[in-house]
Ligand binder design. Structure first.
Ligand code: PMP
Length: 414
């Protein structure tokens, strides 16, 4: 018997297929996140003062923790509608009515009312919004410095993010945006309070930018993930239906904004639960309807028990935490302000510090030097076309922060 006859014949290697085996051009065009690279390095330096990640260092409010545990125990572990858990959507609707004067409905409801969609993190909302607005070849305008996802999400859509230099004051004004608008621009992405500079936009900036976007027929996407993290001196606006509640200015609070503004907010930073992956979007009905379609085929819905718990976030008072962070902001401005330029941070938990020119160093070089002296910060090039600054996150304990600031101040004065 011919033994070899029954042996399986090895498949001929298909060399063409092997040569092309690899990621899509879309994947190849992406940078891996500069922040994650820094975090990988931080993991090898456990004793360093780590001023890198924007991860709140306070616990989730107890009531919200219990609400999550109760939701799991009550069997709220299946899917919710793609638009979000109805209880959470109702709380968001009430809050936006009070804050902005908007009368929202769940996304996808027929009619012209603004829609609401609960998302998997603020990142989920941004992803769905980019997918719903950008075709290949389209453009959007983003601030420079920017949150790291803004340019990469455009690349994922084969579109281009055009950076708008926000200057020394860090404001994305209509004057700075206007020359960047073309007939391919689909949206302007605004961020207040901003990452990486903590700058809170003025009411005039919000109003002028909204007018510009309206007149040019582009969406104004307002990423307000840090809206509750605005310090009292930046809370210059009264909420639409309760003037006793003060907030930082938002383009969404201006009359008629809901036709032009896509509002994106989140729970992770405000309530110390970044790992819960919860955010929401609200805005023009047609846009929310398109976002829901992408939601159905990607994330499906945000994590159910955590959505249920997030409804109770609206009852938690985070002001004591925000005031504590304001003291840390003041520590940075007092310590480093006399040595260099810092765009005045009115919120979030970041400061955007210029490397003093007399050092003749880029942001990356200074960051390297700081790391050699046991302090980790993020180089400006991670957030900007320019590498002239570094970002400090002060979501860290004040004693360690003070230690880190001493070292940075010493290095900056050399
Ligand atoms: N927008 C900005 C400005 C951010 O700083 C972040 C997180 N650092 C996000 C969006 C994404 O947040 P989330 O964790 O809710 O996806």
């Amino acid at each position: 018997m011919d033994e070899t006859a029954s042996q399986p014949v090895p498949a001929q290697a298909n060399h063409d297929a092997i040569r092309t085996l690899g990621p899509s051009r879309r994947a190849a065009s992406l940078q891996s996140s500069g922040i994650r690279r820094i975090l990988a390095r931080a993991a090898t330096m456990p004793d360093a003062v780590n001023l890198t990640i924007g991860q709140p260092d306070f616990p989730v409010p107890e009531t919200v923790q219990h609400a999550a545990i109760d939701a799991i125990r009550a069997g709220r572990n299946g899917y919710t509608p793609s638009t979000g858990d109805p209880g959470l959507v109702a709380r968001i609707r009430d809050y936006l009515a009070m804050d902005l004067g908007w009368d929202c409905v769940p996304a996808g409801t027929p009619g012209n009312a603004p829609g609401i969609l609960a998302t998997t993190g603020t990142s989920g909302a941004l992803t769905l919004a980019y997918l719903a607005l950008l075709d290949p070849g389209d453009e959007c305008v983003i601030p420079d410095p920017y949150f790291v996802s803004y340019p990469e999400l455009a690349r994922m859509c084969h579109a281009t993010a055009v950076p708008c230099d926000t200057g020394e004051d860090g404001e994305m004004t209509a004057e700075r945006v206007e020359p960047l608008l073309t007939d391919k621009t689909r949206f302007v992405l605004f961020n207040t309070p901003a990452n990486p500079n903590g700058v809170v936009a003025s009411k005039k900036t919000c109003a002028d930018l909204l007018d510009l976007c309206r007149s040019r027929g582009v969406i104004l996407m307002s990423d307000e993930i840090y809206d509750a993290f605005a310090f009292p001196d930046a809370r210059t606006d009264a909420c639409a239906r309760d003037a006793s509640v003060r907030r930082c200015p938002s383009p969404a609070r201006l009359p008629g904004a809901q036709d032009t503004v896509l509002l994106i907010r989140g729970f992770g930073k405000t309530y110390g639960c970044t790992g819960w992956r919860l955010g929401y979007a609200a805005g023009p009905g047609w846009l929310l309807e398109a976002m829901v379609k992408f939601h159905q085929y990607t994330f499906v819905c945000a994590p159910t028990p955590l959505q249920v718990a997030a409804a109770s976030c609206f009852d938690a008072d985070m002001d004591p935490v925000v005031l504590n962070y304001q003291q840390r902001r003041d520590m940075i401005v007092d310590r480093l302000g006399p040595l260099t330029h810092i765009a005045p941070p009115g919120g979030a938990f970041y400061a955007w510090v210029k490397v003093p020119e007399h050092l003749g160093m880029s942001g990356s070089q200074f960051t390297e030097l700081a790391a050699e002296h046991g302090v980790l910060v993020v180089p400006g090039g991670v957030f900007s076309a320019k590498d002239t600054h570094f970002r400090i996150s002060y979501a860290t304990n004040p004693a360690r922060l003070a230690e880190g600031l001493d070292t940075l101040a010493r290095l900056m004065s050399k």
